[in-house]
Design a protein around this ligand. Sequence first.
Ligand code: FES
Length: 358
Amino acid sequence: MFYIRTADKLQRTARWLEALPGGIDYLREVILDDRLGICASLEAQMQELVDSYFDEWAEAINNQAMQERFKQFANTDEGQPPMEVEIDRGQERPVMWPREDEGGSAKAYFKGLRDKWSSTTWQHVLEASYFKGADDLPNGISASIKRGDTQLAVWRIKGKYDASQQMCPHKHTFALSDGLVGTEPSASSCSDATLPPSPPRTPSSSSPSTSPPHSPTSSTHLTPCSSNPQGPSPYISCPFHKRNFSLTSGSCKNDSELSIATFDVEEREDGMVDIRLPPVEEVDRELETKKWMVKKGEAGEGQFGDLDDLNKRKGMEGKKGRRGRKPGTSEAGREVGKKLVESVGSGGGGCGGPRLEW
Ligand code: FES
């Protein structure tokens, strides 16, 4: 408790002790001899901490209402794998990102689908009560829903609904509903509209008891645009590599080759949220999960092969109790490491360098 009360934020105990005037001898005097006369208080504080501790994740598992918030889809108990898995070194892992020569990004003109559907009808998808409290949160509440074999994302942000495909076309991930919400002024009416959108804030870790699981994090520049009659224009930033998609036009703001399909959404008087959707088969033909999910063949052979070969050549594989040299510290290892990073990290663009987006 003395450490908790006196250490700096994120300061490890070893560094704290090194910086403590008098070091371990002083600490002994404080704790064992009660030199400062605070031991009773420290004990009471520790007891309070112990008494108030509970396992937040166990609580989430045992609480039915809380479990509901962690379902993959808000409108059904069905699940759907978002990618295939493969075995590497005896362990299961998701397939790597799709390779560029195997399709890489999905560059279909998704935003143009809005004008191509043969017909659309308003359809109930979710009870509006799911979004209860969204307007009290600066970032609103989002939902992932399943319709046919297609995943859709729905948001309620500041009293307004938006909907789009769930799949981010950059690397075929199904995660847009978990993205970061941003808003920027309309290009036509705001003096600062020529500025590029600021990067959204990185979300902080959430605990199940304090944070709605589908409450997206907003960008830091929720700039009001008083002269824009439509109000500010929202965009969603994919949580993986921060491609920013307009929720009104579907355009990608930082990758002109990408776009997403968007849909009209309205809340009805009967308490349901409706989306204007084309027939199921038509949406599935364009957006179904099994069509776009990353499959084994698209990710290429296991990218750890070169590293494993090197280890085998150096006779390190299977040896216990002896640590091999860290890959990349020899000339040959450096070459393999470089190839490994290049083969895995072909995300490109968004956040940080073009290679290390994995
Ligand atoms: S997968 Fe969405 S930005 Fe890369």
